[in-house]
Design a binder for this molecule. Structure first.
Ligand SMILES: Nc1ncnc2c1ncn2[C@@H]1O[C@H](COP(=O)(O)OP(=O)(O)OP(=O)(O)O)[C@@H](O)[C@H]1O
Ligand SMILES: [Mg+2]
Length: 257
């Protein structure tokens, strides 16, 4: 359980801290930059250094922007504050075709940029997507599990620890996420966007992870979406990572509609 008090030694750098999130390992405060009063998200987490390193390697209009400040302790990562609810908080709507592609296109573009940079996000889920009003308003956040396959020294050293409702079968089995795992998690997120429910539900995290590990996802049925888009989501959710489309293929399909 993280400490919910804003650390005294950060009060010179950050003004007016307001706690907005306390999770299993991290706390996030909305603060003002002590110098220019810009709004910032200040996250205290044991993986902050790895998250900072990952964000340093990527710049994209749909990815949260790292704010570089001198002499920050290694357990602090600072990003530009985004005034938008998460896709999870905004749940409850049935996606229209327009809404579905409006969210999925910039999200796929963000993940494609991550993969192009040689990185895997590792935790694509509705909680980690903040959705503003316009396409450029969508931001992918939370690079805590991001890693660079093939560069062990750059990885966070974490094994599977994704979000149960969007975890891939291979990560549920304890393997490190790959680009294909991000595609599966995007498929779960798309399924959630289309139906208001993730493909597998359960009473506990273990039960949900077990279903991802052992069971195929039910095919997506949605009145608002074309058969082509439903099939694309079903393909992202295939159990064998090699059978799933790449994120570039997903992005290209979404462009066509
Ligand atoms: N830049 C930001 N702007 C606005 N809100 C943010 C920002 N960064 C994080 N948040 C808020 O804080 C929440 C938690 O952040 P994040 O997803 O990075 O933490 P986490 O790694 O999931 O935490 P834990 O692993 O402890 O559960 C987000 O869902 C979002 O509501
Ligand atoms: Mg998160």
């Amino acid at each position: 359980m993280p400490n919910l008090e804003f650390p005294r030694h950060l009060e010179k750098t950050f003004a007016e801290p307001r706690l907005v999130w306390s999770g299993q390992r991290s706390c996030v405060w909305m603060c003002k930059n002590g110098d220019n009063h810009d709004k910032l998200a200040v996250k205290l987490s044991p993986s902050a250094l790895a998250e900072t390193r990952a964000l340093q390697r990527i710049e994209h209009e749909n990815i949260v922007e790292l704010v570089k400040l001198p002499t920050l302790p290694p357990n602090v990562v600072v990003t530009r504050w985004i005034e938008a609810p998460s896709l999870w908080t905004a749940r409850g709507f049935q996606a229209s075709l327009a809404r579905f592609t409006e969210v999925l296109r910039p999200l796929a573009a963000a993940i494609a940029a991550v993969h192009k940079a040689g990185m895997v996000h590792g935790d694509i889920c509705p909680d980690n997507i903040l959705i503003g009003q316009e396409a450029t308003g969508l931001k992918l956040i939370d690079f805590e599990l991001a890693h660079f396959p093939g560069q062990p020294e750059q990885s966070t050293g974490q094994r599977s620890r994704g979000t149960p409702i969007t975890i891939s079968p291979e990560c549920a089995a304890g393997n490190l996420a790959t680009p294909a795992s991000d595609v599966y998690s995007l498929g779960c997120t798309a399924y959630f966007l289309a139906t208001g429910q993730p493909p597998h539900t359960g009473r506990t995290s273990i039960e949900i992870c077990y279903k991802h590990l052992k069971l195929p996802c039910p095919p997506l049925k949605s009145d608002g979406l074309s058969n082509k888009l439903c099939t694309l989501v079903d393909q992202m959710l295939l159990r064998d990572p090699q059978d799933r489309p790449t994120i570039a293929e997903v992005a290209a399909e979404l462009e066509v509609g």
